[in-house]
Design a protein around this ligand. Sequence first.
Ligand code: TMP
Length: 205
Amino acid sequence: MKGRFISFEGSEGSGKSTQAAMVFEYLQKRNIPVLLLREPGGVKISEAIRKLLLDVKNTDMTKESETLLYMASRAQMVEEILKPALMQGKIVLCDRYLDSTIAYQGFGNGVDVAAIKKIGAFATQGVAPDLTLLFDIQTEKGLARTNAVKDRIELRSVQYHRRVRKGYLALAKQEPHRFRVIKVNKGKDEIFKTVRHYVDEFLKK
Ligand code: TMP
């Protein structure tokens, strides 16, 4: 595939969506063909699955069902939009991807990580990010930055969200060539300088 794939990851309130939008605008201004996607979502079926996943009324969803729904949403998005965009040579920015399932359902909820990776390979057809920007924020600080109206995942305990953060940091350690960890301890414009540096460095390769 001719394109390049950058994913944006992080726990709640890390500001990754804001940074993804800023990178999108930055690349657009440089006339680089770029596409911004979000997970779960991005296409009609995946947005419908997103509603199911985040609905606070779905308290009875099992962790296996939750994992598979995230994967189904991803599988649809990959085939419908991500893979074609990469084949056209676009830079694809994705706000969350498979690492989110490993961190939230695996590390956070105790779903077997090896199983997630196996199902993940099937759902994504092996399409994986070339670069992953991980926005790391202290758990309580991040949760305080989320909306007052919480979704089903945000409502989980601080302990749960701490496990998610730890999971992300463990993943970054396992794959240092792919991950860049960005500490969220400054304003968004300051953070964007670091992000831009990593993106520029990556695109030069
Ligand atoms: P968002 O808040 O970044 O839009 O993501 C929606 C929520 O879904 C967020 O709480 C993280 C969660 N999530 C998972 O638990 N597993 C996944 O695989 C993905 C993509 C998101």
